[in-house]
Write a protein that binds this ligand. Structure first.
Ligand code: OXC
Length: 314
């Protein structure tokens, strides 16, 4: 019988599936429901120094082919999430700790947040979110290559724990090349491709209106809409980054087949956002089952048999 077990950052996970930061991870109840689920891992909502209310509602809407959101980084503050993960570390020492996600409003706050984690007992993996598209007046860090370079240079002066970065989608080979050459300079554990496709617009034709309140209806797009872009970014960075920088694939995963496609492009772990929001944590059982069926049909024993082995046309 094939196995979905994966090794990531020197730890074993029973399967590659986890939530995308932001979904099912705002409160301790959300996080406990992730812990009880069949996900292989889970991650907290991106934290800022203090709690944030975020943008006015409505700010998240499910639409036929995915979702649109402009949450604006609402969260309970880093101490809330750090207390949760440290408590779990103490109560379940044999388990992999949850991932911690942070998203400062600027380079100074990112440094401050990562110093708090560095100085704590946290022994898990940290995700630095460089790609929130929804804070008015705050352009996405990762679309500013110089700022990204400067941030990572500062971070790796002091941060020694496993660190990944959450990236927005890129759409140009020059950008893949330039970003990859920056990322390859640093001892990153992984890059997570992709965050929502920023500043899309969804219209309610009957009302002749946008559907979310912030930013005149502009919001990050997730779900089926973005799978081709997500797969391309996973593949682009898998083929450009040195092999000790792993890839987390995020975007458009709704079925075992979608999961298989991300793995074929080179992803090691897989995050689910929009579809998890729609379906709830039962999705992990379903996608694990569907993915195992694909491995069986294809005669694969483990994910290592095919990860990254997407064929080009020669
Ligand atoms: O990084 C983020 N991506 C999103 O799509 N939304 C959230 C948010 O707005 O908080 N943050």
């Amino acid at each position: 019988k094939p196995s979905l077990e994966v090794e990531f950052c020197g730890r074993l996970y029973e399967n590659p599936l986890m939530n995308a930061s932001g979904v099912c991870c705002m409160t301790t109840d959300d996080l406990d429901s992730m812990a009880r689920s069949r996900s292989g891992a889970f991650i907290t909502k991106s934290a800022t120094s203090t709690d944030r209310a975020g943008n006015p509602e409505p700010r998240y809407v499910t639409v036929p082919l995915g979702s649109i959101n402009s949450m604006g980084l609402p969260n309970k503050g880093i101490e809330y999430y750090l207390n949760y993960v440290l408590d779990r570390q103490k109560r379940f020492p044999s388990e992999n700790p949850p991932f911690m996600s942070v998203a400062g409003m600027g380079i100074d706050e990112n440094i401050k947040l990562l110093n708090i984690i560095q100085d704590s007992e946290f022994s898990g993996i940290t995700e630095l979110n460089l790609s929130c598209p929804n804070v008015p007046g705050k352009p996405q860090v990762a679309y500013d290559f110089e700022l990204t370079d400067r941030t990572l240079k500062s971070v790796f002066q002091f941060f020694t724990k496993p660190l990944g970065v959450k990236l927005p989608p890129f759409f140009d080979f020059a950008h893949f090349d330039d970003m990859a050459s920056i990322l390859n300079k640093y001892p990153l554990a992984y890059v997570n491709c992709i965050n929502s496709v920023g500043n899309g617009l969804y219209i309610d034709v009957e009302k002749e209106s946008v559907v979310i309140k912030p930013k005149d209806g502009f919001g990050g797009i997730g779900g089926e809409y973005i799978k081709p872009t997500a797969l391309a970014n996973v593949r682009a960075f898998y083929t450009r980054l040195n092999e000790n920088i792993k890839i987390i694939g995020t975007g458009g995963i709704r079925t075992g087949q979608d999961a298989f496609e991300h793995l074929l492009c080179g992803a090691t772990m897989l995050q689910i956002g929009t579809e998890l929001q729609n379906e709830g944590t039962g999705i992990f059982e379903r996608i694990n089952t569907e993915l195992l069926q694909i491995l069986e049909q294809k005669g694969y024993q483990s994910i290592e048999d095919f990860r990254g082995k997407l064929h080009s046309i020669t």
